[in-house]
Write a protein that binds this ligand. Structure first.
Ligand SMILES: [Zn+2]
Length: 203
């Protein structure tokens, strides 16, 4: 091998080393800043929890033992798609499972903002709760227990996390800071009475 070739080879090696360092730096940068937004790697995708509380189960079935709970916005590495409707994840090195419908793999970030400790009351669709009995909410949706709430001063469609449940503001009737929660039955609404809870804005 001539001396010129030897120098060239060394330069190439140097260049490759710089390139390698740059790529490694880039990968680390993405890893550190983009846990919420970057998915994809050979090991599996990153999923974002998009429900108030997500049960982590021992087996891929709702009958199995709950090992832990994840909260809105937490990210988790999905080891693989397990049984239909379930993702396998690892918790402290142990295989466990989460329901697929509460995990977003679109790479969108999910944030939780504390709004305050609000007053909670309950209502149903009857004339005594609403003045006039109605079948639809003020925003035109079909009121649904476990989802529909009323609150003023905030856009329809806003998602609120209250006591681990994700609600959607679909009705009016109360001022900001007072959440009125929809129930199917008038008796359940009465039984709920008046409470208070920490309320988070989800985005
Ligand atoms: Zn009622």
């Amino acid at each position: 091998m001539s001396r010129t070739n030897e120098i060239k080879k060394n330069e190439n090696r140097k260049f490759l080393h710089i390139l390698h360092s740059a790529l490694l730096g880039l990968a680390l940068g993405i890893g550190l800043t983009g846990m919420l937004t970057v998915n994809a790697s050979a090991a599996g995708k990153i999923g974002t929890v998009v429900t108030g509380r997500l049960n982590v189960r021992e087996e891929p079935t709702t009958n199995s033992k709950i090992l832990s709970k994840l909260e809105w916005g937490q990210t988790v590495r999905l080891t693989r798609q397990a049984e239909r409707g379930w993702y396998e994840i690892k918790l402290n090195g142990k295989k466990c499972y989460v329901s697929e419908q509460y995990i977003s793999t679109k790479g969108t970030s999910a944030h939780k903002t504390y709004l305050g400790n609000f007053t909670l009351t309950a209502y149903c669709g009857c004339a005594s709760c609403c003045g006039v009995a109605g079948n639809l909410t003020a925003s035109g949706t079909v009121p649904t227990q476990g989802r529909t709430v009323a609150m003023g001063g905030i856009d329809f469609g806003t998602k609120l996390l209250i006591n681990g449940v994700v609600y959607t503001v679909e009705d009016r009737g109360t001022s900001y800071g007072h959440v009125d929660i929809f129930f199917n039955s008038h008796q359940d609404a009465v039984n709920f009475g008046m409470q208070s809870a920490d309320v988070y804005l989800l985005s």
